[in-house]
Write a protein that binds this ligand. Structure first.
Ligand SMILES: NC(=O)c1ccc[n+]([C@@H]2O[C@H](COP(=O)([O-])OP(=O)(O)OC[C@H]3O[C@@H](n4cnc5c(N)ncnc54)[C@H](O)[C@@H]3O)[C@@H](O)[C@H]2O)c1
Length: 684
């Protein structure tokens, strides 16, 4: 029989070596948000399995003490987080030089992980949730400690493999290979649903990585401000006929959510010079955004909210107003009193609506937490009733001329799940999409992703603000603002980035760029590192991009050749990035839209000023984007075809994209009509 003593001896990297004795249970700092209890439906047998699973990290001498403690966490929180193992000291992304490690990548990833768990950044830091209600860095604090230990040990000839937060181990690999490979929540098809995921998460074998939480590439709410700004500007241009050179002065945008990503809405509204009313049920989140000045006014009454908005609209002055209350109450008022709204959306965490992500009308935030804990089934009924009413209000507003779009939070899917089949284009299921557009379908997809513009980002690992300013200036030099209006928007964004005071946490920046823009900026940064102008830089991107994500309700909602249900682009992107030597590659299930609804991936590349990294930049960065453009072109997306034609020309001899021939629509109509003649009713 295998003895624990022998198991311990067989490992040189283990938790117990970092701990002289069992750490004390932490004092939870007051005011720091805590996750609600998660769905717990394990049987007695499964509960035993969950306990045994968690104790795998723990040396035998502590089992007696920890078994009841872990059981308590499981029963009260729905998960075993191992709170006792959370380090006592403040967690934040320190300068890279403060971390121990055998290679630069090992240290760089520790900066990123700690940044993801900073009290100022993470949504529920004690539960390792960075953002998006359920997006975790890893499942528990034992994994956190072990991952950090592995990163300290990692050399340039090893790869750390992380499966849903669990560090499987270090495996030898060439210097050119990725240093870290991460997967999160990838489930086998038959079991790829919320119920099985809940069970697997409670058992401690599945982690919901969202996009950049489990991919260790979150850079605070700034990460989404640029995308939100782009979305609002382009929604205005498309729907309100605002010319490209104008901003959104005088327009009113109404939405909900001031959380991890949704918290970007206020800031983006102001940068676009429009007025926004954002409903939020959790006052602590309003307070956070107000302290940051990402919302400037707080109101408690819908009437006051619209009155105040009107004042700033008339002055043509940008203003972000937080309404402390439920979005459904706000919309009820707007319908009743015929308020004029220009753009309308929603950013509650509907990808996890029944898990606390959507606060139903009639319950305060605190009551929602209580009911969720006591009676999840009744909570679900509340959510469904509220969503159905929410949908009816939106329909009325849209009939009156408001432009509503789904903001990638699975709102439309949640309404469908609440029993509203009429929300589907085909009236029965979501396979052909929904009656309202997703912001990607109408805006981000055709105007940005199809060209390859996406959320390129970097972190100055030195922690120095000066480095960030130098990289901002260098990136600005590379953009030609006169090429397209998208380039002008990006140029203005980076020019004003410092002024807009976007940094929370590490010295990070987001900048939408296309494939070649990203490559050229990366090469420039690496040159600056070689010359000693700046310290090392971590490059990455949001998964919410051209090529990394297959998500029919969001990123790939403007793919119309039927391949929107395929997940091959994200898989190719991940494999291709690994093959080209990105420092970190990640592939997840669920993204921002929930389990089974997306496969999404990202990367991290540590720039160290070397020629080796230049080679990676030249092959991996164009691939990361153009694989997506190629797929979009094959789906007959016009802007992608145009981008691919240019790519085939400029990269002749090195790259080549297959392009689709486009048949005449009339020809197709005629040919099909002839065959189906007389069977029209069947065909329709
Ligand atoms: N902005 C984007 O581009 C983008 C990108 C990816 C994902 N998302 C999706 O957007 C959603 C929000 O993301 P997040 O990180 O902000 O999540 P979050 O959970 O941190 O924030 C959502 C906020 O909505 C509030 N809320 C819930 N129900 C409400 C209601 N009925 N009325 C008013 N407020 C309510 C919650 O209190 C919470 O603060 C997620 O589903 C996420 O996946 C958005």
């Amino acid at each position: 029989m295998i003895r624990n003593r022998n198991i311990s001896k067989a490992m040189t990297i283990k938790l117990e070596d970092t701990l002289k004795e069992l750490p004390q249970l932490p004092e939870f700092v007051e005011g720091i948000r805590r996750a609600p209890k998660r769905s717990f439906t394990l049987t007695q047998k499964e509960t035993k399995l969950a306990l045994k699973n968690a104790l795998r990290y723990i040396p035998e001498k502590w089992h007696k003490k920890l078994a009841p403690e872990f059981l308590d966490e499981l029963l009260n929180m729905g998960r075993i987080y191992g709170y006792r193992f959370r380090p006592e000291q403040k967690i934040f992304g320190r300068p890279i030089y403060d971390y121990k490690g055998n290679c630069i990548e090992g240290k760089a990833f520790q900066v990123m992980i700690d940044n993801n768990l900073d009290f100022d950044i993470a949504l529920y830091p004690y539960e390792l949730v960075t953002y998006g209600e359920t997006g975790q860095v890893c499942q528990n604090w034992m994994q956190y400690r072990l991952i950090k230990l592995y990163l300290e040990n990692l050399t340039q000839n090893q790869t750390l493999v992380v499966a849903s937060g669990h560090p499987l181990g270090l495996f030898s690999s060439p210097k050119e290979a990725p240093r870290v490979i991460i997967t999160n929540a990838l489930m086998v098809g038959t079991f790829d649903d919320q119920e099985n995921w809940n069970r697997a998460a409670a058992l401690g074998v599945a982690n919901y990585g969202q996009m950049t939480a489990g991919g260790w590439m979150y850079i605070g709410p700034q990460g989404i401000v640029h995308g939100t700004y782009n979305t609002l500007l382009n929604a205005g241009r498309r729907q309100l006929e605002i010319p490209p050179e104008h901003d959104l002065a005088g327009c009113l945008f109404v939405s909900s959510g001031l959380g991890g990503m949704s918290g970007a809405q206020g800031k983006a509204v102001e940068i676009a010079n429009s007025v926004g009313i954002i409903a939020e049920v959790d006052y602590s989140r309003i307070q956070t955004r107000h302290d940051q000045q990402w919302v400037r006014e707080i109101v408690h009454d819908p009437g006051n909210a619209f009155e105040l908005a009107k004042k700033y609209q008339d002055k043509k002055q940008g203003m972000a107003i937080a309404f402390y209350g439920n979005i459904v109450d706000l919309l009820e008022y707007a319908v009743k009193y015929q308020m004029k709204i220009h753009l309308l959306s929603d950013q509650t965490s509907c990808h996890a609506a029944y898990d606390g992500g959507y606060c139903p009308q009639g319950l305060t935030f605190e009551q929602r937490t209580e009911l969720l804990k006591k009676d999840p089934e009744t909570f679900k009924e509340y959510v469904n009733t509220s969503l159905r009413h929410h949908y009816e209000l939106i329909k009325t507003l849209v009939d009156r001329g408001v432009y509503f779009f789904d903001y990638g939070n699975s709102f439309l899917k949640a309404v469908y799940d609440a029993g509203v089949t009429e929300i589907c284009k085909n009236g029965k299921d979501p396979i052909d999409g929904f009656n309202f557009p997703s912001y990607v379908e109408d805006i981000m997809g055709p105007l940005l992703f199809d060209y390859g513009y996406g959320p390129f980002r970097w972190v100055c690992l030195s922690g120095k603000r000066q480095d960030l300013l130098k990289t901002d200036a260098a990136a600005m030099e590379i953009i030609d603002p006169n090429r397209r209006y998208q380039d002008r928007d990006n140029y203005i964004w980076i020019k004003d980035a410092d002024k807009n005071d976007l940094v929370v946490g590490t010295q990070a920046r987001i900048l939408y760029q296309d494939a070649m823009g990203r490559m050229n900026i990366a090469l420039k940064f690496n040159e600056m590192i070689t010359n000693g102008e700046i310290g090392p830089v971590m490059l990455g991107r949001d998964h919410h991009d051209t090529g990394g994500t297959d998500s029919p309700f969001r990123e790939t909602s403007n793919i119309k050749d039927g391949s929107n249900i395929m997940a091959e682009m994200a898989t190719h992107c991940f494999a291709g990035n690994a093959a080209r030597g990105m420092s970190l590659v990640a592939l997840h299930n669920g993204g921002g839209v929930g389990i089974g609804n997306a496969v999404n991936g990202g990367f991290g590349l540590v720039l160290d000023g070397s020629d080796r990294v230049n080679t990676i930049i030249r092959s991996a960065i164009p691939w990361d984007v153009m694989g997506g453009v190629a797929r979009r072109a094959w789906a007959r997306n016009e802007n992608s075809i145009e981008t691919s034609i240019t790519f085939n020309k400029t990269r002749k001899g090195t790259d080549h994209i297959t392009l689709p021939f486009i048949p005449d629509e009339n020809l197709i109509e005629d040919v099909v009509a002839k065959v189906f003649e007389g069977s029209r009713s069947f065909f329709d």
